[in-house]
Design a protein around this ligand. Structure first.
Ligand code: F6P
Ligand code: MG
Length: 434
């Protein structure tokens, strides 16, 4: 099968190799930018670069030699919450001396590494705002230009005829753009080594061949939720909990554009990360940059899309926000207690779209669930509003499958849970339980 999405191939590394590899790349990037720091800040910039690298090297040593997980020391907004979480784990591990890198849950240590990288940079002004993953994210955006252009051209075709579309035709476009946003999630950089991307074919054209790889497809329930949210003359609000920058973000923006222009949604709220996270995740500046680049593109329909997105933001039809909870290791069932303000914000949505693998791990607590356990059970009470996970499988957790489906996949394709080849559109509504 020709993979027609602009994605890197997944060169999977083992868990222990992956984190040091990412850390080494961060160190290299910071070191390569030494001259830039000097030009901007003089000797202070060079000193900050040296100190940051010293902290990161110490971190790499802790990680590789299974040292205890240490409290965060930078005194920022989320420091206390991180340290409370560590204490919680310490209490759970009564029989062991300390919570250490190899003996702690993978979800926790993986998140913790990204927080400690950020600590190293935050402790070193004047370079504390530097995004060490920026180069990778912008490269991923530029490498997928061809696919972005074809997608924006498709959107132009849809928008031109919007008024003439029957409800069925609207539904078909919705399904396509939902799937484009789903498969856009293949394009994440935290699991792969960089590889040249020569994507030339329309992402829309590849959807049919990808259909058999969608293991759970609750698209109809998502559609019904959008329709049910329509009060007279007033469609509902959709919140998108974003994942990766680059091509995936463009697919999310295109879907959000369609939701608003077709009248399926009144507003779209995007939720991103407060600091560089899991290599490719969207921060406020990635969000802004992507829209500006799309606007500035030398392609008629791409720049038109960018201008449209910019005007949605100006009018307040779209908005972007972040919250420290998204860059913490908590499972989402903890949100109501640990981030009640965010939980209350999400309760205002009519539909929540959770993008990507990490969000799925947090939705389901990254547990070793039986594959037939219901999504509702795995959510363990999390449900501020009807929600849907759009995720390609990159980690060992999957619920809501048919009896025997998991075993069959394992025998046919042992890497099915981590290869990024399979995907789910998995829906849950707290309303159906009332
Ligand atoms: O597989 C590596 C990994 O870092 C996972 O731990 C994580 O869940 C995933 O990649 C990130 O993927 P996504 O960008 O889809 O959340
Ligand atoms: Mg990601």
């Amino acid at each position: 099968m020709v993979v027609t999405f602009p994605c890197r191939s997944f060169a999977y590394l083992t868990v222990r190799d992956r984190l040091p590899t990412i850390l080494t790349k961060v160190v290299d990037t910071i070191h390569r930018n030494k001259n830039k720091f000097f030009e901007e800040y003089g000797e202070k910039g060079i000193e900050a670069e040296k100190q940051t690298i010293a902290l990161l090297s110490k971190l790499r040593n802790e990680l590789q030699t299974d040292k205890p997980v240490l409290p965060v020391t930078d005194g920022l907004q989320d420091t206390e919450s991180w340290n409370r979480y560590l204490q919680r784990h310490q209490r759970l591990q009564q029989d062991q001396d300390s919570v250490s890198w190899f003996k702690s849950p993978w979800l926790y240590v993986e998140c913790y590494m990204y927080r400690r990288i950020q600590e190293a940079i935050w402790l070193n002004p004047p370079i504390s705002d530097y995004d060490y993953f920026n180069e990778a994210k912008t490269q991923s955006f530029f490498e997928s230009q061809q696919a972005v252009m074809t997608l924006c051209t498709y959107v132009e075709g849809v928008n031109k005829n919007l008024e003439k579309l029957s409800k069925n035709q609207l539904f078909e476009h919705f399904i396509k753009l939902l799937q484009v946003s789903l498969w856009g999630n293949k394009c994440d950089l935290s699991i792969s080594a960089g590889q040249e991307n020569s994507q030339k074919i329309s992402p829309i054209d590849s959807l049919n061949s990808l259909q058999p790889f969608v293991l759970v497809n609750d698209s109809n329930a998502v559609w019904s939720t959008l329709l049910a949210a329509q009060k007279p003359g007033q469609p509902g609000r959709v919140d998108v909990v974003l994942d990766n920058a680059g091509f995936e973000l463009v697919t999310d923006l295109v879907l959000a554009d369609f939701l608003v222009s077709s009248g399926l949604a009144r507003e779209v709220h995007f939720h991103g990360k407060c600091f560089p996270w899991f290599v490719s995740d969207v921060t406020a500046s990635d969000f802004k940059w992507t829209i500006q680049q799309t606007m500035a593109a030398n392609h008629k329909w791409m720049s038109k899309s960018g201008a449209q997105w910019q005007s949605y933001l100006k009018q307040g039809v779209w908005s972007y926000r972040d919250h420290p909870f998204w860059t913490q290791p908590h499972e989402f069932c903890d949100m109501a207690a640990d981030a009640p303000d965010l939980y209350a914000t999400l309760q205002g949505a009519d539909l929540l779209l959770f993008k990507g693998d990490l969000n799925y791990r947090k939705l389901t607590g990254d547990r070793d669930w039986d594959h037939t356990v219901g999504f509702d059970t795995a959510l363990r009470g999390f449900g501020p509003a009807p929600l849907c996970s759009l995720r390609t499988l990159k980690a060992n957790v999957q619920v809501g499958l048919q009896p025997g489906q998991g075993q069959k996949l394992t025998s046919q394709d042992p890497d099915w849970m981590t290869s990024g080849k399979y995907a789910v559109i998995q829906f849950y509504s707290p309303k159906s339980e009332q």
